[in-house]
Design a protein around this ligand. Sequence first.
Ligand code: FDA
Length: 396
Amino acid sequence: MSQQPQQFDVVIIGGGAAGLMCAQTAGQRGHRVRLIEHANRCGKKILMSGGGRCNFTNLGTTPKQFLSANPHFCKSALARYTPQHFVELVERHRIAYHEKELGQLFCDVSSKLIVKMLLDECANAGVRIDVGCSVQVVRQSEDGFELQTTQGSMACNKLVVASGGLSIPSMGASGFGYQLAQQFGHTVLPTRAGLVPLTLSGKHQERLQDLSGVALPISARCGKQAFSHDMLITHRGISGPAILQISSYWQPGDQLLLDLLPGRDALQTLQDLKRARPDAELRTVLGDLLPKRFAQRLCEIWLPSRPMRQYNDPQLREAADLLSNFPLIASGTEGYRTAEVTLGGVDTRELSSSSMQSNKVPGLYFIGEVVDVTGWLGGYNFQWAWASGHACGMAL
Ligand code: FDA
């Protein structure tokens, strides 16, 4: 290491949601904190989130909305820093917000206000932030860690890794946190893209491709997990909230089952329609329940269309079964380029759930998305970033 390194109590690597929350919390508690961000500004993902309005939390957050090899891990941090705590912060900064649906809170104006709020809190807490700074080497020292960066060397007693996951590399995402974890003997569970559009190939793609842009409410099921929301057909496959949600539970080879008439008893619906409109063709009656082009395609390929009165009970049952369990095999995902989150990561069984500290290396902490805790779509991932960042900041 070159010359005398600058000394800090805490160095945080990564100026995203978790790093900024941790920095302000630790700074407010009197620590000398330095935060290092390798991109040219902090909070790029916050800026692009929620269509520019940042879905910054979800009022209905519970541990159930998180995926992890160790589902109990997130409980402590989530219980100690709740959506209401973050809402209080937002209100203190007079940021107007609204609830969109299902407890999702969004800024009325812009996600820039959330980044400004976090930076203001850090500034008030005396946090030093360096952007455009890359860490080259980290090594353990007698009383902490020494880091070599593109802006010189520094030493700290405690090191927090808040470098996020692999999604959207163009926004600064890197595998740095995982490499650092491995360097210090941590297990990194296999990572994969989550909350991501699914791709179709072969005949599955050919049959739907020209319907690109068609959206419909569905319930998407993979194994025991199901999500009801909209699906959007894309040029490459399927997307929309229901598909993004189920993508986190999908693995290559798994079959997806789509209920195309969610909330309805498909057989009862077809029987009622047969009684009410015996001369209407199936494609016509389905066209009143589903987007017309989609109903048309169903009847070209999967369901023979004829007047409703010509269907006997077993045939109606067969049609109903297809409508409520429409099978799809995805060929893959669109990958980290468009994924909102990265599943997997630093194994939580080697971290303290109350402080996020490593059980292997005292003074080393992992927070946010780099950890194997991934939320559903709807503000849960930011709530995890705030909660884990706060838990760590309080423990430093
Ligand atoms: P985050 O990725 O935010 O921050 C990590 C930081 O570390 C980055 O600034 C990165 O540049 C920096 N970094 C990486 N490697 C480094 C290195 N070697 N040295 C220094 N710095 C380094 N969630 C939600 O709850 N509501 C929402 O509305 C959305 N919307 C959304 C939209 C899109 C397009 C994406 C991609 C993601 C979302 N998310 C979301 C998910 C959410 O953005 C994500 O879960 C959090 O940002 C994770 O916070 P972290 O601080 O852990 O990582």
